[in-house]
Design a protein around this ligand. Structure first.
Ligand SMILES: Nc1ncnc2c1ncn2[C@@H]1O[C@H](COP(=O)(O)OP(=O)(O)O)[C@@H](O)[C@H]1O
Ligand SMILES: [Mg+2]
Length: 341
């Protein structure tokens, strides 16, 4: 009789569990004094962030990207829906909750200069979070600072720690912001357009650094951008947002090779060459992209105002999310026409 082997169930779900997830999250803002004046900056958005993976969120200015990041960062509360960290719904009620949450979920911003205090040295900026989050002092603190500088490739660290923000280049300052985020030893890094204010020549370096960090540290990264070329470069998956809603999502390769929503196609067509788009498109400012009015108040598809396929159904009913490939989802009533256009 063959020996029976008790096979333990592989904890697949445990492995696959997202670190951070948004489940049907919406954020509504009141506009002015009119009772009915509301704007859904983010509407019914669900996303999952996994260890060691980058999810890129792409969309024009005003599409709700930063609001989504703030919701995930605990800086804003959803009007409806849930944010879950390691499987538990989060509730940030006060500063103490927020501090604890920030230990795990860190954010970096577009303008590294604005987030650094000009009167303090780089060392000061990094010491604080290391003391607060890791409770280190003396030699251990020093070692940790050197380690952080090393992680972001500012070496030798000692040369930079005594400098002031204005003595560094934009790229170096963004590296400092990243180091400061890492000082908390987070599991999640939310990067809101981290390269869009930097010189073109150094954008790729910073993206390469983020790519490297997620691999080395197993960080789950949300990369926000208005530039689909850089989303393709850094993202494993891409989520395309328009007027607060997700219009297309899927593997980065799939979404950029076979864009199926007219809006994604527009983003790609305004990126020059799909294969070498990273170098060329990284140079393009957002303003060179076709900007139109978003119409978030419609009950139908918000893209109707710009869509070549818009009809009555589009105007009255939001299109359901439809699979067009493995893990590739699109919200459009005219997927077929859009694809063959
Ligand atoms: N605190 C707020 N109060 C009112 N409206 C807001 C607020 N924050 C953002 N919005 C609006 O929500 C929409 C999405 O903004 P945002 O998330 O910043 O988009 P993105 O980052 O994609 O440019 C915009 O129309 C913006 O004006
Ligand atoms: Mg923004």
């Amino acid at each position: 009789m063959p020996e029976t082997v008790e096979v333990m169930a592989w904890p697949e779900q445990e492995q696959e569990r997202p670190v951070l997830r948004a489940r049907s999250v919406s954020r509504r803002y009141r506009l002015g004094r009119r009772r009915d004046g509301v704007l859904d900056a983010v509407k019914d958005v669900s996303i999952d962030l996994y260890r060691g993976k980058v999810l890129a969120v792409v969309g024009e200015s005003g599409s709700g990207k930063s609001t989504l990041a703030k919701l995930l960062a605990g800086r804003e509360s959803p009007t409806s829906g849930l944010i879950e960290l390691e499987g538990s719904a989060i509730k940030v009620r006060n500063q103490r909750d927020f501090r604890q949450y920030k230990r795990v979920v860190q954010m970096i911003f577009q303008d590294p200069f604005a987030s650094l205090n000009p009167v303090h040295t780089i060392g000061y900026h990094l010491e604080r979070p290391v003391k607060i989050h890791q409770g280190l002092s003396g030699e251990e603190l020093k070692d940790q600072l050197a380690f952080l500088m090393d992680q972001v490739r500012l070496t030798p660290g000692s040369r930079y720690l005594s400098k002031y923000p204005h003595e560094l280049s934009g790229g170096q300052r963004q590296r400092v912001s990243i180091a400061r985020a890492l000082a908390a030893r987070p599991s999640v890094l939310l990067a809101d357009e981290p390269v869009s204010m930097l010189d073109v020549s150094i954008r790729l370096e910073i993206l390469a650094l983020l790519d490297d960090l997620r691999t080395r540290l197993g960080l789950a990264v949300l990369y926000i951008t208005h530039d689909i070329a850089s989303a393709r470069y850094l993202g494993d998956d891409i989520v395309v947002m328009y007027a607060g809603q997700v219009v297309e999502r899927g593997a980065a390769e799939e979404v950029t090779q076979r864009p199926s929503h007219p809006y994604t196609q527009l983003l790609i067509s305004s990126s020059p060459d799909p294969d070498s788009m990273i170098t060329t498109a990284l140079a393009r400012p957002e303003s060179s992209m076709h900007q139109g009015t978003m119409n978030p108040s419609t009950t139908g598809c918000p893209f109707v105002v710009r869509c070549p396929f818009a009809d009555d159904q589009c105007r009255s009913e939001y299109p359901p999310s439809t699979a067009v490939g493995l893990g590739h989802w699109v919200s459009c009533w005219h997927i077929e026409e859009a694809r063959h256009d």
